[in-house]
Design a protein around this ligand. Structure first.
Ligand SMILES: Nc1ncnc2c1ncn2[C@@H]1O[C@H](COP(=O)(O)OP(=O)(O)OP(=O)(O)O)[C@@H](O)[C@H]1O
Ligand SMILES: [Mg+2]
Length: 408
């Protein structure tokens, strides 16, 4: 198909939904959203594929819907990876330059040196993100090539993930006849979509609150400094309502989205909600405040865990631009206000930015990862064509070696 060359597709395999977003890249570098398909996801737990068959089915349906809408044949996708198996480390490398002037080759060598660290056998490197270069003790350099100096150092953020999790993602896509151009850490993708360059330069904490996990990323001086995953998300809020209201998970999720709040102080005492009951019993009217009192402690606990993680990272004093919340659960009423109170920093809700086309359909924190995957793919043009053959053998490992060895 003629348009295929300029088409970039992001596939967000989330715990709650699979979203396939299609964009067309214009000659001026503009990305226009031309299609989207979403389908509920049932094969993941806490961000990790646990049921391949049901994941494949959901991917297939989401991709078909996006193909119809965009009128394209999707062959390649950028996919996200998340889960508690993800680890982030800061590392450091040093080399002597060969000619007294930094070359591309010196930069490759210094990144290789920073990569030389002990990684558990079941983990592999997903990303190596340079934070800064230091030439003859002059730090804060972003573009070292061409500069004079004999000693080149770099500080990098290294992200590793479980090989098996990556394999299951690639396998699920391949079974849907999709090639994986690259696997991207979900909060890196989301940050492409919702953070401005200014925020990354000044210092910012991104908090992507999905269904199964909450993914964090800290940016300071334009580079990623810290990443982590908290295994708590919107599904926990829904479960709290199931237990507290004695209703089904489906009804609880609908009630949470329509009437939920995590700031009970913002709700007038006379506001009531009709709660459907299980087993054909009549629905029951109850104060909205009671529902908020069920959600508030969980959201508070989640933000406190995020704050502890920020303290542990050592960057609390440096995130001067504050906190950006994204992911579906950032839509819960009162999330921004509660986060304001707990972080004592400016808080905003992040939605996908810097895109054209069908902006209205992706203008939600739910689509931050999916849109960000497209922006990441376009920016780095990292088409590594990861494939796993039917036997699950040889060629996959060859490509995974290239992928893991390939840096960002
Ligand atoms: N308006 C809303 N108010 C409150 N919660 C909402 C709202 N809309 C969606 N959610 C919740 O957001 C969650 C889904 O968010 P999202 O689509 O970002 O998750 P995901 O990417 O599928 O999951 P994960 O990133 O954890 O794998 C669900 O728990 C859902 O109930
Ligand atoms: Mg998500």
């Amino acid at each position: 198909m003629a348009r295929q060359n300029q088409i970039i597709v992001g596939l967000d395999i989330g715990t709650s939904k699979i979203a396939c977003i299609v964009a067309e890249a214009g000659p001026d570098g503009r990305l226009d959203i031309v299609g989207i398909g979403t389908h509920p996801s049932h094969g993941l737990r806490r961000g990790v594929v646990v049921n391949i068959e049901s994941t494949i089915e959901s991917i297939r349906l989401a991709v078909e819907e996006a193909e119809l809408m965009a009128d394209v044949d999707i062959k390649k996708v950028y996919v996200g990876i998340a889960g508690s198996h993800i680890r982030g480390y800061n590392s450091h490398g040093v080399v002597a330059t060969k000619s007294g002037e930094v070359t591309e080759e010196d930069v490759t060598r210094v990144i290789e040196a920073a990569k030389a660290m002990n990684i558990p056998a079941d983990q592999k490197i997903l990303h190596i993100i340079p934070q800064e270069y230091i030439i003859d003790r002059q730090d804060g350099i972003r573009e070292p090539v061409g500069m004079c100096g004999v000693r080149l150092e770099t500080r990098v953020h290294v992200i590793t993930g479980a090989v098996s999790s990556a394999q299951n993602i690639i396998k699920s896509c391949n079974r849907c006849d999709l090639d994986v151009s690259d696997i991207v850490l979900e909060q890196i993708a989301s940050s492409e979509a919702v953070l401005s360059q200014d925020e990354k330069d000044i210092g910012v904490l991104l908090v992507d609150i999905g269904g199964g996990t909450t993914d964090l990323a800290v940016f300071i001086d334009g580079a990623i400094r810290h990443t982590s995953v908290i295994p708590v998300g919107g599904d926990h809020l829904t479960n709290d309502l199931v237990a507290g209201l004695r209703t089904s998970a489906r009804e609880a999720d609908i009630l949470k989205k329509k009437f939920g709040s995590c700031m009970s102080s913002m709700i007038r005492p006379e506001e009531t909600v009709e709660v459907p009951r299980v087993g054909g019993r009549p629905s029951q009217s109850m104060p909205r405040q009671v529902m908020a009192q069920l959600l508030e402690p969980r959201m508070q606990e989640l933000f406190e865990l995020v704050r502890e993680e920020l303290d542990r990272s050592g960057y609390r004093e440096l995130v001067a631009a504050g906190v950006v919340l994204t992911g579906g659960s950032s839509l819960l009423e009162g999330a921004q206000e509660l986060a304001d109170e707990i972080f004592e920093l400016p808080v905003r809700i992040g939605r996908p930015q810097n895109i054209g086309g069908l902006v209205g359909v992706v203008n939600s924190p739910i689509f931050s990862t999916g849109v960000g995957l497209i922006q990441y793919g376009y920016r780095y043009r990292a088409d590594k064509s990861l494939r796993m053959d039917e036997s699950g053998g040889g060629s996959f490992f060859a490509s995974i070696k290239r992928w893991f060895g390939g840096g960002e």
